[in-house]
Design a protein around this ligand. Structure first.
Ligand SMILES: [Zn+2]
Ligand SMILES: [Zn+2]
Length: 268
């Protein structure tokens, strides 16, 4: 079975030790992916409809349903991946984001939102694999493709959220994603500077101010291509704050890899 080999020469020398810079790391990834390929063949019930499926992934019908809303949108913002109705993106017009672009698997709408809500609120940890598979598909189709020396970093959870859920959904999705994609996973590159407020309960304006300087990248990452992994992107304020932290640390680019993008007018 042939997998793409992560290229050493494309990574900036200053961050090679952070990304997939060694043949050893590339071999380890091929082993992880081989194991993941075996798991994909184990029969299971579809996490949405309960029909026949495999590898804890969606059946073909549910996969089509989850991806349909996004596929039907006439266009998407080239930066924040919002499904557009008009020509201009209302989110980017307000935010002027520091991140370079977003890759999203589906729009946060029925029935895909159920997978995310059940994972986060009903402790369905196995859904991380289901969601990561959908996101991996979107990343593999993204144009232009991500650089081979991309470093994946999950959005860190607050202590309150970790206590409430017992796990960080973004970290679980990132871990599952790292078995499918040939990019290094370096969660320690991003830290929270304070506890912060729960975003879901704040109106849009307060979300922007509440995440200012909320994240820090304590290690210099000159020239790095960073991919920030999260479950849902709503206003983009969290990703924007993280992108500012990474760019202050020298990153060349920051891409958001999100499972679901909230359509305009919802949850804002
Ligand atoms: Zn199904
Ligand atoms: Zn936009």
């Amino acid at each position: 079975m042939a997998y793409p080999t992560p290229a050493r020469e494309s990574a900036p020398s200053s961050t090679r030790h952070l990304s997939f810079g060694s043949a050893c790391a590339a071999r380890a990834w091929r082993l992880r992916r081989g194991w993941d390929d075996l798991l994909r063949r184990i029969p299971c019930d579809c996490p949405l409809c309960g029909g026949p499926a495999a590898g804890n992934l969606l059946c073909g019908v549910c996969r089509g349903d989850v991806l349909s809303a996004r596929a039907a949108a006439p266009a998407h913002c080239a930066v924040c991946a919002l499904s557009l109705r008009g020509r201009q993106c209302p989110d980017c017009a307000v935010l002027c984001p520091a991140f370079d672009r977003v890759v999203a698997a589906f729009d946060y709408a029925a029935p895909g939102d159920l997978l995310i809500r059940h994972m986060k609120n009903r402790h369905r940890h196995a859904h991380a694999r289901t969601l990561a598979e959908l996101l991996a598909g979107a990343v593999e189709c993204a144009a232009p493709s991500l650089p081979r020396h991309t470093i994946m970093v999950p959005v860190p959870a607050s202590r309150d959220a970790l206590k409430r859920r017992g796990f960080n959904p973004a970290a679980e999705i990132a871990r599952a994603l790292a078995r499918r994609l040939p990019y290094a996973l370096r969660p320690e590159l991003l830290q929270r500077t304070r506890e912060g407020r729960r975003q879901a309960r704040l109106p849009r304006e307060q979300r922007l101010s509440s995440v200012e300087h909320l994240y820090a990248c304590p290690t210099p990452v000159p020239g790095a291509a960073i991919a920030v992994v999260d479950d849902v992107l709503t206003t983009g304020s969290t990703l924007d704050s993280i992108a500012r932290a990474f760019k202050a640390a020298g990153a060349a680019s920051v891409t958001g890899l999100v499972v679901a993008r909230t359509p305009y007018g919802e949850g804002r």
